[in-house]
Design a protein around this ligand. Structure first.
Ligand SMILES: *Cc1c(COP(=O)(O)O)cnc(C)c1O
Length: 405
């Protein structure tokens, strides 16, 4: 079956799909030249960077997430680098992060001079847990960054309860979780802030971008400054019809604002995100049906939640993972690894050798995981080929699941 007509495959050939050997790319975005209209409108206006288009998108985001404030940023990473100082977090502070995540979650903590403290994740969901947070708390803990890994939300309310009355902020890494819901709440509902990514492969994208949402008026105000050099007025506000207004700099900030040229790609995707999620969910269910009974496992579902189905990772015996990767690659199938555990990477190993030993679940998952293609324009024919090749790639490998949990 082909993708529903509402979901346009992007037919432009990326450098890797031009390779004759690629049969199923790891990722195809859903944008096309037909989506360029709003960018042309920005180009026809005198204002290219953060202005009225971005403000309109921020309004759509506050409605969608049911929060008081939304602020667009030019990446999740820069958004977090602006958010942590806005929360007063810096040198000498500790921030608890899961060991199973993309490196950016830990890197932003290092970049602001604080120390990431790795907590192991739940064996079945791969999510940071309230109990894991509780055992990682010290007198220097100032924030926790739960990651809604692959599209399933961590238990933010439970983490808040585990923190008790301590003055510890929660900043959700919602890079995979635009559509996610847990117990009736979307990201941002029970934390100090949630940050999204609109990077090229994310479920909602403008190439590079992101957004921070928060219910805290004081944090929003501080963040508008740390997002833009620490200045008290944005470019749109400095050049008004009334004339030039002086600005001041009241704190140190970075440059994390999203230009209207990119923000213009977001409204149509926010309107149609549910349709693309239906498609992702149906494809994920087909993968699960096709893999049942094989020597393969995948994260279990969190009850009473909506999974954003950002990625479809599976886990094979760690001693066979790279063989399976190579066999799928040879069959023209794009596969990636999301993720090797962060404490096992050279930079973090050198800084804290013990963290890897303290996070055996993350390490074992990271040693055996690989992600299959999952995007709205993936056809059933393509998916059946992936399933067939994946199962065939396990042929002849011993069935010992090794250190797989
Ligand atoms: C993509 C991603 C990020 C970083 O997002 P950017 O917008 O590329 O900075 C952070 N955390 C997770 C879990 C991600 O997948």
């Amino acid at each position: 079956m082909d993708a529903p007509s509402g979901i346009r495959p992007n037919t432009a050939q990326s450098p890797c799909t031009r390779e004759p050997s690629v049969k199923v790319p790891f990722y195809r975005h859903s944008l096309s030249p037909a989506d360029a209209g709003p960018i042309a409108e920005v180009l026809a206006s005198p204002f290219l960077t953060s202005g009225r288009v971005g403000e309109r998108v921020e309004g759509m985001l506050t409605d969608y997430f049911g929060v008081r404030h939304a602020a667009l940023v030019n990446s999740w990473t820069n958004g977090a680098v602006a958010a942590l100082p806005a929360l007063g977090i810096g040198a000498g502070d500790e921030v608890i992060v899961p060991a199973m995540t993309f490196i950016a979650t830990a890197n932003v903590v290092e970049l602001v001079g604080a120390t990431p403290v790795f907590s192991d994740v739940d064996e079945s969901t791969l999510l940071l847990t309230p109990a894991g947070v509780a055992t990682s708390i010290t007198s220097r803990t100032r924030a926790v960054i739960p990651v809604h890994l692959y599209g399933q939300m961590a238990d933010v309310r439970g983490i808040r309860a585990a923190l008790g009355s301590r003055n510890v902020a929660i900043v959700e890494d919602a890079a995979h979780a635009f559509e996610s819901v847990r117990d009736g709440s979307r990201p941002g509902a029970h934390s100090d802030a949630a940050i999204f990514s609109f990077y090229a492969t994310k479920n909602v994208t403008c190439g590079e971008g992101g957004a921070l949402v928060t219910n805290r008026d004081d944090l929003h105000e501080a963040f508008l400054q740390t997002r833009l050099h620490g200045m008290t007025a944005s470019a749109a506000d400095r050049f008004t019809s009334v004339g030039y207004r002086h600005w001041d700099m009241v704190r140190l900030g970075t440059k994390a604002n999203l230009p209207d040229v990119l923000a213009a790609l977001l409204p149509s995707q926010i309107h149609t995100v549910a349709e693309r999620l239906d498609r992702r969910a149906a494809l994920a269910a087909r993968y699960e049906a096709g893999l049942r009974g094989a020597e393969i496992r995948w994260p279990s579902l969190v009850l009473s939640s909506t999974h954003a189905r950002h990625l479809f990772p599976v886990h094979v015996a760690p001693q066979h993972r790279d063989t399976v990767l190579a066999r799928l690659h040879a069959a023209g199938i794009g596969v990636t690894v999301n993720y090797r555990a962060v404490p096992t990477l050279e930079y973090y190993r050198a800084r804290n050798a013990a963290a890897q030993r303290d996070c055996p679940i993350s390490t074992s998952w990271g040693d055996g995981t690989l992600s299959l293609p999952l995007y709205p324009s993936l056809t059933h024919t393509e998916q059946d080929y992936v399933l067939e090749r994946l199962l065939a790639s396990l042929d002849g490998l011993d069935r010992d699941v090794g250190s797989a949990a």
